[in-house]
Ligand binder design. Structure first.
Ligand code: ZN
Length: 196
């Protein structure tokens, strides 16, 4: 049996087969406006700025409520294993139930890595927004950077392997991403140069 037999194409259609089997866990999400996207990224960026002052790497995420505006939780990067997004997703799953989280949005300054995207999937958070892309991050960190051996995974790549849930992904964001790149490079620049 191939993967396609197990996960038929219609599983990607309108919330996936899981949504048709368990509709109460997949309530409709309110679309995000450009202003809500910008405000969400700015909230995450404020967490990132503070994290850097504590010597943490420039990554941060916030969880927005179903109104797309209220910040319910936030998390900075703790270390190379406890990333901002996966830490936030685990925390969110402790606080809220699946049906509620499906209508929430995780907003990250940077594109969630493979580990974080998978954790967001398991936490049942229905939407991911990110500003800077993984490719941009690799440009900032460079190769052989002991502070971040950047993966070549993309959020959408990981979710292609998760057809049962139609998690919405918005990003990278051009204007917001530019700000995130510029601010994050203040941290990555010296680490990158030390390895060149
Ligand atoms: Zn991560």
């Amino acid at each position: 049996m191939s993967a396609n037999d197990k996960f038929p194409a219609e599983a990607n259609d309108g919330g996936g087969s899981a949504a048709s089997l368990l509709p109460s866990l997949f309530p409709e999400r309110a679309p995000m406006t450009p202003a809500q996207l910008a405000a969400g990224v700015e909230a995450a960026l404020a967490v990132q700025r503070r994290a850097v002052t504590f010597g943490k790497r420039p990554f941060a995420a916030v969880l927005l409520a179903p109104d797309n505006e209220t910040v319910l939780l936030s998390h900075q990067s703790v270390d190379q294993v406890n990333h901002a997004e996966s830490s936030l997703a685990r925390l969110a799953y402790c606080h809220y139930d699946k049906a509620f989280l499906w209508r929430c949005t995780l907003v990250s300054t940077w594109e969630p890595c493979g580990m974080c995207t998978a954790t967001i999937y398991w936490a049942h958070i229905g939407r991911i927004v990110f500003a800077g892309s993984n490719d941009q991050l690799y440009e900032l960190t460079g190769p052989g950077n002991k502070e971040n051996f950047t993966m070549d995974w993309h959020t959408r790549d990981v979710l292609k392997g998760c057809p049962q849930k139609d998690i919405e992904v918005i990003g990278p964001l051009e204007a917001e991403g530019k700000i995130v790149v510029e601010e994050s490079d203040k941290y990555w620049g010296p680490t990158r140069r030390s390895h060149s």
